[in-house]
Design a protein around this ligand. Sequence first.
Ligand code: AHR
Length: 544
Amino acid sequence: MECRQVYADRMNRRTFLSTSAYASAGLIAGIRPAIAADADIEITVQPDGPEISPHLYGQFIEHLGGVIYDGIWVGPNSKIANIGGIRRQFVDDMKRIGVPNFRWPGGCFADSYHWRDGIGSPAKRPRTYNYWQASMPKGLDETETNRFGLHEFMQLCRLCGAEPYLAANMASGSPQEFHDWVSYCNAPAGTVSLAEERAANGDAAPFGVHWWGVGNESWGCGGDMTPQEYSTLYRRFVTQFPAYAPKPFLVAVGPRGHSKDLDLGWTNGFFEAMQGHRSPVDGLSMHYYTDFRNSPERVATFDAPGWYDVIREGARVENVIEQHWAAMGKYDAGHHIKLIVDEWGVWYRPGEELAPAYQLSQPLTLRDALHTAVTLDVFNRQADKIAMANVAQTINCIHSLMLAQGDRYARTPPYYVFEMYRNHMSSRLALMKIRCDELKVPSRSGSATMPGLSGSASTKNGTLHVTITNPSLDSSITAHLRLSSGNLVEGRGTVLTHADMTAHNSLDKPNEVELSSLPITVRGAKVEVSIPQRAVVLLELKMT
Ligand code: AHR
């Protein structure tokens, strides 16, 4: 296959890529004809491979800008279709992607939140300070009404079929407040007074909360602590944890993974300080933002270097996961403690919000959909290490799946990636070996190389699901996929792409970027498919 130098140049070097590898090189620019290249993909089914937990496809919602109020909560008297105050369209779309969980109430907000403010008669709930009101544009109010509280959150979870993941307030709350929250949620009816209070507020049956985050970003907004200080406080928060069913999954605050030094110091420092103590830790929370806040990169206006830089920076999460996993292994040789990537997404500099009050909202494009796909493929490939991941944040925020303002509503391009990838949930990871030319791409810092394709594969109930991303702006790839043993009987393809790399769905034009079907040829154990440039593809293949 001849390679021509265009914006993204497929290098002559053909490599086996089973994981992503990124490196720098010199600048390239030029015309952008659509040219074709070839790739060989070999899939090996692993009957004993790791299960891809559905929780890798989790969501995060915080009391921030337009996330809860307007995004999710419109109120029972709203003209907008709702179920007891919760936006109906939001529920429908969450069900459509099989949402496994919601992390709530924050984020930085969690470390200032007192759960009692959000229960009882709505008319009597206090108006309180919200962490985010300090960064609200002048003249706009972000006071917390507490209209959406614990029971409303649980109702949202029930409506969507999602599990709750609650984050405790460590910065301004006490262990007692936390333990009362646990009892209020999980104590069986008719036992302690807190269970009676819960029943009086409309929920006799316990909520059965399994996932508990012990603080959030305690190295920053969650208390500005050292890992040693945090570990001391962590132990005070968990040793008297009320022992109601279900057995809790306790998540300790972990590193700021997108830091230049990967923040390995936090992970090492925390586990070192926990040595000799017996307080349980089930998960370590890692945050990984593809952080372009301090760069000129804009959300919806960009060029080829910006396209590739964002996707490459997203893929770096794989290395960050592996490094922290190795550090954790020094203290927990059996790897009983898992990683929880409970905040991830691309974060651009401010200036393109839906409206001033919708803090941190971004008009995400096709580029962010490819970033989403590359990230979710990493999570799948690392399924043995990660117990949960939560995109930040579901609606009207950083890496959102939806935008909503009043009665206007749109699904962003990343939403459709979640729709395609739901097929991997609760499936078994298969080995995927991709052989294709590397891409030499332009970058703001010169040029770089990146894998020509990336992806992941899994099997469930006799069906093989393969997801593949072609980041090239210039060339489609004809992929020849082969199953190492067994045969395929039939299959279908789905694709997310657009002629314009900056394409996005706005409230005025909500259907600009959508899924469409992609023709594929299935013959015996082989599949041939042409993967368009700047595309994410899903193959659903029935095996014999
Ligand atoms: O997602 C927005 C904020 O980013 C969260 O509140 C905080 O945890 C993180 O820094």
